[in-house]
Design a protein around this ligand. Structure first.
Ligand code: NAP
Length: 471
């Protein structure tokens, strides 16, 4: 049984869960397919009240829902509360805007009266990660529920309680059976579900490794898919950056969610005039964290999600050091059995270091010194990934100029990276393809059906793909 909650702060095995039986998988897919057929004829407006109620549940039950996250994967309770409230915002956003975002778009054409209609595509398979167990689900659920695409999902093996709590909230919001079904699937079963002819789309958020495996199956069976994968996001400190602002934002950009965010700033690229000052301030911030019980409001840094994750990160740091990197700072060890990773600052990572370009998923900052802003952009782009990024520069305009030159999916200038319902989320290169949230997010799994109408044929009036001959 792979699905298990082990509290990473106490190491207590809280609960294990049985894998889904083949019969349950079949029943779930059949139910989802039947719902799709029904939803095909129901207007978007009929589903909006459920999204409103779901948002209300997340607002009314913030603390109890947040606690599930903290126990499942260790995040600070205060951060878990924030995640729950963001979920409410996403549900409310699509309740407010889905009808407008999905309304038919008229097309001016000589072919006739034309419009592009947005219809549901069919049943979707979602595969989601543990780092934001509800938010990742809401990103995919709220827009696609509005569209009319039922979802079956596989959540991460270490966050089963969050998966069930989310599914339960959706049920209590009044969503019809089959709208969203949690399946505790093995990897082989995921492939079988993706291959199933009732499934029309696949959305995965996770690592490059997981993305490659699932996208391969989706490709084989010609299933439309979106891949939201990892990153090595750059945080550029340009030559004219305001260092007070940089110092306020940089530690949070690395340590939020114990550094386990796809868009965490993983590479700080600092112009040489600011380098020493930057390192000193980052060290001061990293040494002042308070590790402890994630439920305690005084705690500022949570454990990482599991023993396995901690060991993997340690291996990555060891590899970097063996490859010639310098440990500029490592927090002194603390007396706890929790899965805490000591905040670490690495410098002198050269291109030939095996750790160069690797995503480190935890409280480890890589800091690079560059001569000027040109070199900063070149280094930022020297990555296989391109998910997010932050630029600090002397003015918003100059920062935006630099931002536009970064090969990445999202950049924030002179501010903290944030995810909001109206902002498209996604990356390029090995960070994946497709976007969630915003207008693009709700368009990912719709059948954009073109309907052209007129009263009589007009085949003599225009070119295009019309046979020249009359029969
Ligand atoms: P992961 O190992 O790829 O897991 C993500 C999900 O994929 C889990 O449900 C996992 O199941 C499943 N999975 C993995 N391999 C699979 C396979 N061969 N077949 C079927 N399912 C498979 O990723 P992670 O390490 O848990 O999550 C952290 C990664 O996600 C980081 O790289 C992070 O940057 C990325 N991320 C990206 C975004 C984004 O929006 N771009 C957001 C959050 C996180 P199991 O748990 O059972 O292995």
């Amino acid at each position: 049984m792979a699905y298990q909650t082990t509290n990473p702060y106490t190491n207590e095995v809280v609960k294990t869960y049985e894998d889904a039986t083949p019969e349950y998988v079949e029943t779930s897919l059949a139910q989802a397919q039947a719902l799709y057929k029904k939803w095909r004829n129901d207007p978007v407006a009929t589903r909006i009240p459920v999204l409103r109620k779901l948002a209300q549940i997340f607002k009314d039950e913030t603390d109890s829902l947040a606690k599930v996250l903290t126990v499942d994967m260790g995040k600070l309770f205060v951060e878990a509360q924030g995640e729950v409230l963001l979920c409410a915002e996403i549900a409310d956003y699509y309740a407010d805007h889905a009808e407008d975002l999905l309304k038919p778009r008229a097309i001016e054409t000589i072919a006739g009266e034309a419009q592009l209609e947005n219809h549901p595509l069919g049943v979707l398979m979602a595969v989601e990660p543990w780092n934001f167990p509800y938010y990742q689900m809401m990103r995919i659920f709220a827009p696609n529920f509005a569209v009319g695409d039922p979802i079956v999902f596989k959540h991460a093996a270490i966050t089963p309680a969050s998966a069930l709590a989310f599914e339960d909230a959706v049920r209590r919001a009044g969503a019809p059976a089959g709208s969203l079904t949690n399946l505790f699937l093995s990897y082989d079963q995921v492939s079988q579900v993706v291959a199933d002819k009732r499934v029309q789309g696949v959305a995965l958020t996770g690592s490059e490794r997981g993305g490659v495996a699932v996208a391969e199956v989706a490709g084989k069976y010609l299933k439309k898919n979106t891949m939201e994968l990892g990153g090595t996001d750059a945080f550029i400190v340009a030559h004219d950056a305001n260092m007070d602002d940089v110092k306020a934002v940089a530690p949070r950009a690395r340590l939020y969610n114990a550094g386990q965010v796809c868009t965490s700033s993983k590479r700080f690229i600092v112009t040489e005039n600011h380098y020493d000052e930057f390192l000193e301030s980052l060290k001061a911030a990293f040494s002042s964290v308070k590790m402890g019980d994630p439920m305690d409001p005084e705690t500022t840094l949570a454990p990482v999600n599991s023993k396995k994750a901690k060991e993997h990160l340690q291996e990555q740091v060891d590899t970097a050091l063996a490859g010639g990197a310098t440990a500029y700072y490592v927090h002194e060890p603390i007396d706890s059995d929790g899965q805490f990773f000591m905040p670490t600052i690495l410098t002198d990572i050269t291109k030939d270091n095996p750790a160069y370009g690797k995503e480190m998923f935890g409280p480890v900052a890589q800091v690079y010194k560059v001569k000027d802003d040109e070199e900063a952009i070149a280094l930022a782009n020297d990555s296989d990934y391109g998910l997010g990024g932050i630029v600090f520069a002397g003015s918003a305009e100059y920062g935006a100029e630099l931002a536009s030159r970064i090969e990445t999916g999202m950049v924030f200038v002179n501010t903290f990276f944030s995810s909001l319902p109206e902002l498209e989320f996604g990356g390029v290169k090995k960070s994946g393809f497709g976007r969630e949230l915003g207008q693009t997010g709700i368009s990912s799994f719709v059948n954009q059906e073109l309907v052209v109408k007129r009263d009589r044929p007009n085949d003599n009036e225009f070119g295009g793909l019309v046979l020249p001959h009359k029969f």
